[in-house]
Ligand binder design. Structure first.
Ligand code: V47
Length: 346
């Protein structure tokens, strides 16, 4: 086991170590934890509304209610989408949505319990800490009450979206009024206190510097020391094409640096996901040799990052996913939402 990297040393390492140097070490850690296996899940994304009170400059998914392509699904329409996913063989619904005051807690608990009653074997992963904070405000409830209502309705794991990057300086530049670091961490702490796992993310590749990357990861690492509740960390490469934010692309070398550095710094989080939707399948493949051990999933119909301009297919088949992993020199393992290998009968 390598020694824990303290925050001061981490900034130097991030600034001055080469990608290859970080990659070699991260690959060692990855192999000691997961060998030559790479996991993936058959999943779908369900985004029931794109109508949002926020106006984050990095997001192209959001709409105002009078925009022509604004939408908000009835529960029956959302279930129709889930049914299509079920026909594709999914085992998890990743439910993440814009902040729409028309859809309150009752809508979500009804939606989740309808999904669970109709398809008891499906796992629902939703909502983000930011949506939980929003629901607590519009319903005048505590964060605890919202988390408990979602768990009672059938949520088994919570996604990591909405963290963006914790630095206040960068958040101003990103024009986001989303709940800050303290709220994100508080909600995840509550989730973990219920014995439920969640994921964590970081949106990178815009204005952040080395200190701000370390600040973000340090906050996650210290909550994980306290609760042990994070299953996976997902670095999300910013896709700028259709957004008003025009930033200089930092390229695949920077993606690999972020992946490798995260694997080394987050010594208490078991899984690092290479999210092929924002990285591209090709960079995600290389990321598997730089510390990542999971490719997320087949992701039937991703919308949020593709609306920002990511030039990827709206989903992959199980065969495509396996080939991607095998071609990168790893053994594909289909998993469930809790990172357990799925055993096939027959
Ligand atoms: O929260 C928004 C990000 C996130 C852009 O928990 C963008 O297992 C890139 O959180 N370019 C949604 N990213 C995705 C997400 C996620 C994905 C997969 C697995 C899990 C998990 C979580 O996408 C948002 C936001 O941070 N995002 N706009 C953009 N232009």
């Amino acid at each position: 086991m390598i020694e824990r990297i303290d925050s001061k040393k981490a900034v130097e390492l991030f600034k001055y170590a080469s990608v290859t140097e970080l990659g070699v070490q991260a690959d060692q850690v990855r192999r000691s934890l997961h060998g030559n296996k790479t996991t993936f899940i058959k999943n779908m994304h369900l985004n029931v509304t794109n109508i949002c009170v926020n106006n984050c400059r990095f997001c192209s998914f959001k709409k105002k209610s009078n925009d022509k392509d604004a939408y908000s699904l009835k529960i029956s329409e959302a279930i129709e989408q889930v049914e299509k996913g079920v026909k594709e063989g999914i085992r998890e619904v990743h439910l993440v949505n814009a902040l729409n005051p028309e859809l309150g807690l009752k809508y979500y608990t009804e939606l989740i319990s309808t999904i669970k009653n109709t398809y008891p074997n499906l796992v629902v992963k939703g909502l983000t800490a930011i949506e939980i904070d929003f629901l607590s405000k519009i319903e005048n409830l505590t964060h605890e009450a919202v988390v408990d209502a979602l768990i009672n309705a059938g949520v088994e794991i919570f996604p990591g979206g909405g963290a963006e990057i914790f630095s206040k300086r960068v958040r101003r530049l990103l024009g986001t009024s989303k709940a800050p670091k303290e709220v994100y961490l508080k909600v995840h702490r509550i989730i973990h206190s219920r014995g439920i796992k969640s994921n964590a993310t970081m949106l990178y590749g815009h204005y952040e510097n080395a200190e701000e990357v370390v600040e973000h990861l340090e906050a996650l690492r210290s909550l994980q020391d306290e609760t042990g509740g994070f299953s996976a960390f997902i670095p999300l490469r910013f896709v700028s094409d259709n957004t008003p934010l025009k930033v200089e692309e930092r390229g695949a070398q920077y993606d690999l640096k972020i992946i490798a550095f995260s694997r080394l710094f987050l010594d208490n989080i078991e899984h690092i996901k290479a999210y092929w939707v924002s990285l591209s399948p090709e960079v995600a493949q290389v990321a598997l040799s730089f510390g990542a051990d999971d490719l997320d999933g087949t992701i039937y119909r991703e919308r949020i990052i593709r609306s920002a301009g990511a030039q990827v297919k709206p989903g992959m088949t199980e065969q495509e996913m396996k080939k991607l992993i095998q071609d990168a020199g790893f053994v594909p393992v289909e998993r469930d939402s809790h990172f357990r290998a799925v055993l096939k009968v027959g």
